[in-house]
Design a protein. Sequence first.
Length: 173
Amino acid sequence: MAPAPTRGAARVVRCGAVGLSTGLLAVLAHASGGGHVPSLPHVLVFALAMAWTCVPLTDRQLGFAELLGLVGVVQVAAHVFLAVLSRHPRDLLPAPSMALTHLAATAIVVAALAGFEQAVFRLAAALASVLPRRLSPPPAVAPLRIPIAAHAPQPLSEVLRRRTLPRRGPPHS
């Protein structure tokens, strides 16, 4: 079976790449814009939550517009999440420097993920053209006919003799 980046381990890797890169760069952008940096467990939970939310979206190749929308929503969610975790939740509206760093992080992540998506799907296509395909039988459309060997025709006298005069004695060795 040809490798498909929309199933199995490749899909998990794609979700992890989207979630971790988006989540971690959102935290870095927030911190470089002058925001509060939360503890590592909070950052990891946020990044894993972002990876988990990407699962329904990775059943196909993500285009540039889809990635831009996804990363933009994640940047806004990251800013709100980090502002609520900080000691000053009044900073829900970002300062211009913080908004600029979030926009820069969005541009960087979208460019990287768009290239990553294309590379993964091209690699899968290249592998599919090289790897042997598993041959499977065609789907059944009619009942399967199994040929059964016919017994050699026997005369009626032989059949009657076997039934009326059973063989007796020890078996032949």
